[in-house]
Design a protein around this ligand. Structure first.
Ligand code: NI
Length: 211
């Protein structure tokens, strides 16, 4: 497992400085868990676990997966979590035409709104690749991350927990993927550990002071 961990960490990091532009209220010791690529078969258990721990999270959904789990998407919002856009087919937006990129985003927004009754304000572009041509045509905020434990590569909850515990600081956004059982286990464990240290788990709009 140590070798897998090393290999996963050597791969080119996608961490960005984007989040630095936001005015993060660090004294509050808030942190935002974010989950990409779902919903999946473990998401419902994650929602129950978060609710039990009084923790909120943000979910960046793939539209085609949201369509498979409409009840889970509704439950996300009902439980006080925030839902964002991760495109309909998990595409690289920078490799698409303007029209295709807009379609990927709008189709996902429309579906989420139908399922939750809420408009969608935040987007996390797959692979962190944005399409500059559409930037001015959609009224959404791009959300990247600060802590990336490479959970999709490591697939070991203890290593994921350890990475987050060693790297997190107040105001951070943590990247995870709720389509993996190991990531769901890690998320619930990290909520328990960081709650003990005085952290509050908030949605990204709360973290940005936009809620
Ligand atoms: Ni993704």
């Amino acid at each position: 497992m140590a070798l897998i961990y090393a290999v996963c960490m050597i791969m080119e990091p996608q961490k960005s400085e984007e989040t630095a532009e936001y005015n993060v209220e660090e004294e509050e010791k808030n942190v935002a868990l974010t989950f990409d690529d779902g919903p999946g078969e473990y998401t419902d258990r994650l929602l129950d676990g978060l609710k039990k721990r009084n923790a909120k999270a943000t979910f960046f959904l793939i539209g085609r997966n949201a369509k498979e789990y409409p009840d889970v998407v509704y439950k996300m919002v009902k439980n006080g979590n925030l839902v964002g856009n991760h495109t309909y087919n998990h595409v690289r937006l920078n490799e698409l035409s303007e029209e295709e990129a807009l379609s990927e985003i709008n189709k996902t927004n429309n579906l989420i709104t139908i399922l939750t009754g809420k408009s969608v304000k935040y987007i996390r572009p797959p692979y962190g690749h944005w399409n500059d041509e559409i930037e001015n045509q959609i009224d959404m905020k791009e959300v990247l991350w600060d802590v990336d434990p490479r959970d999709w590569c490591i697939l070991d909850s203890e290593s994921v927990v350890k990475h987050i515990e060693e790297n997190v600081k107040p105001g951070d956004i943590i990247l995870l993927h709720d389509i993996f059982e190991t990531s769901v286990d890690a998320a619930l464990e990290i909520v328990d550990i960081l709650s003990e240290q005085g952290y509050e788990f908030v949605t990204v709009d709360e973290l940005y002071g936009e809620k």
